[in-house]
Design a protein around this ligand. Sequence first.
Ligand SMILES: CC(C)(COP(=O)(O)OP(=O)(O)OC[C@H]1O[C@@H](n2cnc3c(N)ncnc32)[C@H](O)[C@@H]1OP(=O)(O)O)[C@@H](O)C(=O)NCCC(=O)NCCS
Length: 180
Amino acid sequence: MTMSGLRLTSPTAELAEQFLTWRHRPDVTRWFLQQRIEHTEEYVADWAAYDDHDHHRVVAVLDGAMVGQATLGVVDGMGQSGNEAEFVGREGRLSYFVHPDHAGRGIATALAREALANAFGRLGLRRVQAGCFADNVASWRVMEKLGMRREQHGVKDSFHTEFGWVDGYTYALLAEEWRE
Ligand SMILES: CC(C)(COP(=O)(O)OP(=O)(O)OC[C@H]1O[C@@H](n2cnc3c(N)ncnc32)[C@H](O)[C@@H]1OP(=O)(O)O)[C@@H](O)C(=O)NCCC(=O)NCCS
């Protein structure tokens, strides 16, 4: 259950500025691959234009404060040449962040649910995939709550700054499974 006062909305430059005030906290980056993003004018301006053909983002606002976001990148699936319409630009890659002060209250689940609804609804994608460190329990719990399937347990396939080579998981969901 999410709390009252939570609103899911489109990205803006102002929400990007708020995100950058907590994006680099150690408790946020601990289990994330991309450790730093540059705080440039381009990055902030990009947020407002983020809903282009291959990137989509949904932002969580709680009582006026930016508390999370989910991003969906559109990528090519795999397939044999001659059938490009089937797989080019038909897959999504999902990732999400929630402000640590608001963790454990269902915000990431609400964001990811909205991102999946967009992916399989208006974007017409056929498959969405996401990866995480196996020890990032909160992250894979979100995916399991939404019915995503653990398709890969990679043994020591992911490098972590503090822990070295550790296990990773890949989760995925098909459009027809979402519709069920
Ligand atoms: C991962 C993250 C997005 C989760 O956000 P959140 O809003 O707390 O997620 P939700 O509240 O929707 O769900 C989290 C679930 O994990 C569970 N959980 C959290 N930590 C846990 C732990 N250490 N052990 C077991 N379960 C845990 C929660 O209880 C909850 O499950 P439940 O509803 O069945 O009780 C957030 O912690 C975050 O932004 N982390 C930093 C960035 C990151 O790692 N992103 C994902 C990269 S793959």
